[in-house]
Design a protein. Structure first.
Ligand code: IDP
Ligand code: MG
Length: 140
């Protein structure tokens, strides 16, 4: 399996509780390299666009409000099979269903405030990375 890149967000529930270092340590221990990272405060427009695929879902407005409720850390992660590997390290969307040792099991507060985002395909990873990072900001 080739080296791949994926897009990650440390969500506001984790930045609020000062857990960015803990999350990063879990990503790195899982074999992923953080090749770009910045702390931003998303606008409503950015959150709505980023989560546009979910705009018909009942939780969409609440999700956008949550994602803009505090700072986030947007990241590019690199490693073997990085998209799928990151999803394994993150755990299931609902922390109640996440495997022990995953970020969401160990850290997440709820199905909404679930501490991390990770791209779900290489195609979406490329789109999401380009949404937040210039090529010159990614240093592998
Ligand atoms: P994922 O983050 O595991 O890929 P998605 O289904 O893509 O999960 O949902 C995007 C985000 O929307 C989730 O990470 C979570 O923050 C939120 N979300 C998903 N399902 C629910 C729900 O049933 N209630 C509230 N928020 C949800
Ligand atoms: Mg998703």
């Amino acid at each position: 399996m080739a080296v791949q890149r994926t897009f990650s967000i440390i969500k506001p529930d984790a930045t609020r509780r000062n857990l960015t270092g803990k999350v990063n340590a879990m990503l790195e221990a899982g074999g992923l390299r953080i090749v770009a990272q910045k702390r931003i405060h998303m606008t409503q427009a950015q959150a709505a666009s980023f989560y546009g695929v979910h705009k018909e879902r009942p939780f969409f407005k609440s999700l956008c409000d949550f994602m803009t409720s505090g700072p986030v850390v947007v990241q590019v992660l690199e490693g073997e099979n990085a998209v799928a590997r990151n999803r394994e390290i993150m755990g299931a969307t609902n922390p109640a269903n996440a495997e022990p040792g995953t970020i969401r099991k160990e850290v997440a507060e709820s199905i909404e405030a679930n501490s991390v985002h990770g791209s779900d395909s290489p195609e979406n990873a490329a789109i999401e990375i380009a949404y937040f990072f210039a090529g010159s900001e990614i240093v592998g």
